[in-house]
Ligand binder design. Structure first.
Ligand code: ATP
Length: 646
């Protein structure tokens, strides 16, 4: 928009990669200089090793992204393949995502005026995308990006959706991408198709995320999130709990979070809602949020550190973890227990909205026994305070940190798992419980110092939370050798940025991003109508009949979807809860052939019994995990995964 478009070369040598400014399930994002124009850009390095897609398809998808032309949507300047990566060159959004901003400085969410402004800009982006036939499919605070002027753009459009797909084009159009907490019920539910209204649901969830600092159900394991989305009443702003928000905000959110997608408003209509009438311009209200924050890359490192600490906790042997997380285990919400009976228990434990608040602080709270109070407060609860402080004398009691604390804070980010955890976490937990106070930090050792100096930001890239990731048991229940492998991935300062990028692309997978659920080909059957208007006419007649989804200019159809062919079957067989054998294919289609999942009419959206939902959801998970097994080949061996109760 506005002015002639600059052109950007497709030569990697023209880009100098600088700091890492973001990471997601499929990509690492760097700040970079485009040397010919001496301009700062963002380079998103997508890992091609993990998708096995046809490169032409991926390129075409990226080109589609480059045609996007709207002030509120991130546009790709160009894209090209560099060894194992697809590099997507984009405008650099210097303040990163709203999610990062909340995590670092606004853990309880933003004020209403700010939320209103961010949401309005996001809605304009959605209105544009929908009008042009795109479904974003991953609307969330993590994909709402801010620049230094407070401008708001919706990012992560298009490419990531295709990155996880495998094989031919038709098949790739039959894969759903999303992140559990933000996924609309119809997307998860057997027997229903979905369309652009799924974005409106995600938009409503994003509104709650911006209001509270986290998405509803975000601390629950993905399986439970799926169940809650389908079975519970829609989340919303509560009159009692959310007194600080206006009636019109609450009403607007409620309109988005209607389970029946046909009753949700379009983006265009929503823009006319009274809530958005008095939205302030972003350079006013959003820019204020950004004052006095450290540079994005420092924030990202701080968050990686926090994630690493949380991950370190989760990597503890199960007995130790159990000692710390008795409550969680008792509630049946341990992350990766896929036993159907257990899942039924989990479902029966889902009672009311308050449930989501039980777990909100779990991750942070779980770290408490292992950290000195001040370290805990600085690093975990208020990382921004630490970032903003003068660390020149951090070894000398700056910020009132004891000398013993500063062993953990040697330099800003040089803290490893070893620093954060006692070698005997269990003992520490016991001691903590007995004494009811924080435990003194471990003495620093030379070995630890060596590890510290070698491991920096890499650890954070395997972040894992309950809200987003699908993390197989094999990841959580690490064997010693896997733990070793994890911490092998240390920063080598001698690597050039380009080498770093290439190296990152080969890293172990990160499951913390979007959940990819195979689209249900039979469920989204020929009869599944596209409920959208406006862009349907652009589809040819043949595809109209079989449309299950529209993605970009491309329609998703159910014909020619041969999901079984050329996808290896896993050797392990398994039974559904009804006792029918499920074939272990990476596709969903063959399973669907054997196990039609259309539900009897009497089961309304919110009243599907767990006994019916469980096999379905279990299957979705299973398929997703199988996808991951297939993608990552040697890294996760199916037999290992299935031996872990999946
Ligand atoms: N153009 C940009 N400028 C600055 N930061 C960016 C830019 N694009 C992405 N980021 C940062 O990088 C993070 C990851 O990017 P992105 O969401 O595109 O990756 P992904 O692997 O597709 O993520 P996801 O897990 O959401 O699918 C974002 O959350 C954001 O913080």
């Amino acid at each position: 928009m506005g002015g002639p478009k600059k052109s950007y070369s497709v030569s990697p040598g023209d880009y100098k990669l600088l700091e890492e400014v973001g990471y997601g399930a499929s990509a690492t994002v760097y700040r970079a200089i485009y040397i010919p124009l001496n301009e700062v850009v963002a380079v998103k390095c997508l890992d091609l090793d993990r998708c096995n897609s046809n490169l032409d398809d991926i390129r075409r998808e990226a080109q589609t992204m480059s045609l996007i032309d709207h002030a509120n949507v991130i546009r790709a300047y160009c894209s090209f393949v560099v060894e194992h990566c697809l590099w997507v060159i984009m405008p650099f959004m210097a303040e990163g995502s709203c999610l990062h901003l909340m995590k670092i400085a606004y853990p309880d969410g933003f004020e209403e005026a700010t939320i209103c402004c961010i949401l309005k800009e996001t809605l304009k982006a959605l209105e544009y995308l929908h009008r042009h036939g795109h479904i974003h499919r991953d609307v969330k605070a993590g994909n709402i990006l801010l620049d230094s002027n407070g401008r708001v753009k919706l990012g992560d459009f298009g490419v990531s959706a295709c990155m996880f797909d495998r094989g031919d084009r038709q098949r790739s159009r039959n894969t759903f991408v999303g992140t559990p907490c933000w996924m609309a019920p119809e997307v998860l539910q057997p027997g229903s198709g979905y369309d652009f209204k799924a974005d409106i649901w995600s938009f409503g969830i994003t509104a709650l995320e911006l209001a509270h600092g986290h998405a509803p159900f975000s601390k629950h394991p993905p399986m439970k999130v799926l169940l809650m989305t389908i079975q519970n009443a829609p989340p919303g702003l509560d009159d009692r709990r959310d007194k600080r928000f206006s009636k019109s905000f609450k009403e607007m959110v409620a309109m988005c979070l209607v389970k029946d997608q046909t009753k949700r408003p379009t983006a265009e209509k929503l823009l006319k809602h009274s809530f958005f009438k008095h939205a302030k311009p972003p350079d006013h209200s959003v820019k204020n949020l950004l004052a006095d924050l450290p540079p994005l890359w420092d924030r990202v490192k701080a968050l990686q550190l926090k994630d690493a600490a949380q991950l370190a906790l989760k990597k503890m042997p199960s007995a130790e973890q159990e000692a710390l997380s008795q409550n969680e285990y008792q509630r049946g919400v341990s992350a990766w227990n896929f036993d159907v009976e257990d899942l039924k228990i989990q479902a029966s434990l889902i009672q009311d909205d308050d449930d989501e608040f039980i777990g909100i602080k779990d991750d942070d709270e779980n770290l408490r026994p292992f950290l000195n109070d001040k370290v805990y407060e600085l690093f975990i609860l208020h990382p921004i305070k630490y970032l903003l402080a003068d660390h020149t004398h951090e070894h000398e009691n700056s910020m009132d940190v004891d000398k013993s604390d500063s062993r953990y804070l040697k330099t800003k980010y040089q803290v490893t798992e070893t620093d954060l955890l006692d070698s005997s976490g269990h003992e520490k937990a016991d001691k903590y419980e007995k004494e009811g106070s924080a435990i003194d930090p471990l003495p620093s050792t030379s070995k630890r110092d060596t590890e510290v100096s070698h491991c920096k930001s890499q650890v954070g890239k395997t972040r894992q939370t309950y809200s987003g990731p699908l993390m197989p048991a094999s990841v959580l229940n690490h064997t010693p050798s896997e733990r070793g492998r994890f911490f092998e991935r240390c920063e080598d300062d001698n690597l050039s940025a380009t080498e770093k990028c290439k190296r990152d692309a080969r890293k172990a997978p990160n499951f913390s991003g979007p959940l990819m659920l195979p689209n249900r080909a039979s469920a989204n059957s020929l009869s599944a109508p596209i409920r959208s208007s406006g862009y349907r006419d652009s589809l040819d007649d043949k595809s109209k009949n079989n449309v299950v989804q529209i993605k970009g200019r491309f329609s998703v159809t159910s014909e020619n979807v041969d999901l079984v062919k050329d996808i290896p079957l896993c050797t392990v067989s398994r039974r559904s809860s009804q006792g029918s054998p499920l074939r272990k294919s990476a596709s969903v289609g063959d399973w669907l052939d054997e196990q039609p999942i259309a539900l009897p009419k009497e089961f309304s959206n919110s009243a599907i019994p767990a006994s019916i939902l469980m096999p379905h959801l279990q299957n979705l998970f299973q398929q997703t995990l199988l996808q991951q097994v297939w993608f990552h080949g040697n890294f996760f061996h199916p037999s290992y995964m299935f031996s872990n109760k999946i």
